[in-house]
Design a protein around this ligand. Structure first.
Ligand code: GLN
Length: 312
């Protein structure tokens, strides 16, 4: 990438923001009723360097629910809690080409194909250690908070809304239990998954979480280690192949950064060793990825030469 010149970054962020703001395609998620309550035209964009400088434009302080951007972080915690091998026996690392909420296991391995689709994510959530359900949830919240560098909290109405309507995720939980992938209470795992998805972040928080991944697992602001370097590499690998669901191939081709999206409208992307990017805009495309978020990441990647295979 180009050397990180603060003048260039500020100018490019402004240009990309102005350009992508005109994009009004897509619609906020409404299958979780409470998610439809957002301001659909909110738009925030941040870039944080691996040494902790943050550049922001637009609505970067509006809280929204993290949703599936939680998945890499809970996967990270499961790896730290149980080890790579034990987690690998239950969750594969193969891109699925399926939608995020596909009710499926790999027919040969009988495991969820990866931790970024719901089946793999609910399994990862079931593997978090703790004395009881409350402590397991608390450990998840603390883990994300270390990445963000501040104490995150839950949006209770989004949680209640998903808990009331999340039958498909319950079906996935029961399927996992019947195949022995989850060997604890599936309702408890799914409930914890709903809670982790309901944690509120701002675009600014996501930028620091991304910068922490870019900085090998150390939060550049608080200097606290959130994840080991080896596990950071593994999490970023899975984000590269699976983070954008069935749009992952297109994403790697046109943006070229490990990333994760959520149906709350957030996207987080990472250039290892260098940069974290975050976007918030609630209108989604057919894959459940933020329309402006995808457009903005494409533009930023091109203009700042961030594609991880780019050779100067
Ligand atoms: N909580 C949401 C669900 O499981 C998260 C989905 C997403 O962000 N893609 O349906």
């Amino acid at each position: 990438p180009q050397a990180i010149d603060s003048g260039v970054v500020t100018r490019v962020l402004d240009e990309v923001y102005t350009l992508c703001r005109t994009e009004i395609g897509g619609a906020p998620a409404d299958y979780i009723p409470e998610l439809a309550a957002v301001e659909p035209d909110s738009f925030g964009l941040c870039l944080a360097t691996a040494d902790g400088r943050v550049y922001s434009v637009g609505d970067t302080d509006i809280p929204f629910t993290i949703q599936s951007i939680s998945k890499p972080f809970t996967y990270a915690l499961a790896l730290a809690d149980r080890g790579v091998d034990a987690v690998g026996q239950r969750i594969d690392v193969e891109p699925s080409g399926d939608a995020f909420n596909e009710i499926s296991l790999d027919p040969v391995t009988e495991r969820p194909r990866n931790p970024m689709i719901n089946a793999g994510a609910i399994t990862a959530t079931s593997l978090i250690t703790g004395r009881d359900a409350a402590e397991k949830t608390e450990r998840i919240v603390r883990c994300y908070s270390r990445f963000a560098g501040r104490d995150l909290s839950m949006n209770e109405s989004v949680y209640t809304s998903e808990a009331r309507t999340g039958f498909r995720n319950r079906a996935i939980g029961y399927m996992l239990r019947s195949f022995g992938i989850i060997d604890s209470d599936p309702d408890e795992a799914v409930d914890r998954y709903f809670r982790q998805c309901s944690l509120e972040v701002t675009c600014g928080d996501l930028a620091i979480m991304a910068a922490t991944l870019a900085n090998n697992g150390v939060n550049p602001r608080t200097r606290e280690r959130a994840l080991s370097a080896a596990l950071t590499e593994r999490v970023l690998s899975v984000m590269t192949t699976c983070g954008m669901y069935n749009a992952a191939g297109d994403w790697v081709t046109t943006v070229g950064l490990p990333a994760k999206s959520g149906v709350g409208g957030g996207i987080l992307a990472v250039l290892p060793g260098q940069i974290g990017i975050s976007v918030f805009s609630p209108r989604l495309d057919e894959h459940g990825n933020s329309v402006r978020g995808v457009a903005a990441c494409r533009e930023l990647s091109q203009r700042l030469e961030l594609h991880f295979l780019h050779v100067t």
